[in-house]
Design a protein around this ligand. Structure first.
Ligand SMILES: [Zn+2]
Ligand SMILES: [Zn+2]
Length: 359
């Protein structure tokens, strides 16, 4: 029997604990992958800092790339290929049953028996359940995707959270082609949204953030205009100036800030759409005037996680565009698993787009 290391999270703001555990005996349809890279997502940092809760003890990390070490029985990838030992893969953030009320309604991310990597408690038969370990134990119902050879680890790793979530958000939009898109937040999701909106034909991509270096970065990812979010409601006037007084067709809220949520709604044209993605932790309510929503014919959609098709779309998008936009440079520093606590401290203090943990 082999064993592998894991970084265990038990309590907010406490160091993760490194433990050695035996690798599992696989049941039919399961896979054991060796983790090659795990990138820390904003939600890992929120959990670590106690801004949101998660069952404990758990293994954080859900943006994961791996190599198949072992599979039990025939396991097929998203596009129907056999998944074999040595394959370089990524997989959906969660495993879904495919048969329940929500799975049948196209919302596998809300499956009634969802198992979510990097968010689940450690149980006797599911110990390697996140990315911060040497191995990850993949359960049936996980959509497995082969990673194109030409896509480097750094460019590919955030695909199964950041890139796929943006794919899901833009899929919900009525149209991106020829439209003015306001992207609120120029972090990993924001710059990805700029790049994807450009490839989908957006006419103007206006990105707002409080951090000037992030705005600079967004310009390398297809943003056509940048706005300092510190100017608050002044953003609304700037958007009107840029759109002959009409407003943005689409406002993509990625920050979770209540000001951004409010301002995004005010920036919309008549018939515009707000897509909310950033608020995944509890907040105060936002005041909305129903009359404004009715008369201005506004739409608000929430998007949380994504479906296997969104992950497939995200991988194709990166495959086609990783040379055009500097995705691999967004993983600003890489740590070993034994430096995992240093890695969290660095990510929280320096707010890089992403850092990587390489077991
Ligand atoms: Zn994430
Ligand atoms: Zn289900």
């Amino acid at each position: 029997m082999t064993s592998g290391q894991l970084a265990i999270f038990t309590e907010a703001n406490r160091p993760l604990r490194l433990e050695e555990h035996p690798t599992p005996d696989l049941a039919k349809g399961e896979i054991l992958a060796r983790v090659t890279l795990c990138t820390l997502c904003g939600s890992d940092l929120h959990t670590f800092q106690g801004h949101r809760t998660t069952p404990v003890p758990t293994v954080l990390g859900h943006e994961i790339l791996g190599t198949v070490i072992e599979s039990s029985g025939e396991v097929q990838s998203f596009d129907g290929k056999t998944v074999g030992v040595g394959d370089r893969i990524t997989w959906t953030i969660a495993a879904s049953c495919g048969r329940c009320f929500y799975c049948e309604r196209g919302l596998p991310q809300k499956c009634e028996s969802l198992l979510k990597y990097g968010h689940a408690p450690i149980t006797e038969d599911w110990v390697f359940n996140g990315g911060l370990g040497e191995y990850c134990h993949l359960k049936p119902g996980t959509s497995i995707h082969h990673v194109p050879v030409e896509l480097g680890d750094e460019a590919a790793c955030p695909v199964n959270c950041a890139t796929a979530t943006i794919a899901a958000a833009l899929r919900r939009a009525e149209s991106v082609d020829g439209r003015t898109v306001l992207v609120q937040g120029a972090g990993m999701l924001g710059v990805t949204a700029c790049a994807m909106a450009q490839t989908l034909g957006a006419q103007s991509i206006v990105v707002a953030d409080t951090n000037p270096s992030r705005l600079e970065r967004a310009l390398e990812f297809g943003a056509t205009h940048t706005l300092d979010a510190n100017m608050g409601s002044e953003i609304v006037h700037r958007i009107r100036e840029l759109t002959h007084g009409h407003g943005a067709d689409l406002a993509l809220e990625l920050t979770g800030s209540l000001d951004a949520v409010r301002i995004g709604l005010d920036c919309l044209r008549i018939g515009g759409e707000a897509i909310w993605v950033g608020t995944t932790h509890p907040t105060e309510p936002v005041k909305v005037f129903p009359e404004t929503v009715v008369r201005r014919m506004l739409a608000v959609r929430g998007v949380h996680n994504y479906t296997p098709s969104d992950l497939d779309f995200a991988l194709r998008f990166l495959e086609e565009n990783h040379r055009r936009f500097p995705f691999s440079a967004l993983v600003e520093k890489t740590f070993s698993l034994s430096q995992v606590n240093e890695a969290f401290d660095f990510a929280i203090d320096s707010r890089p787009f992403r850092i990587g943990i390489r077991p």
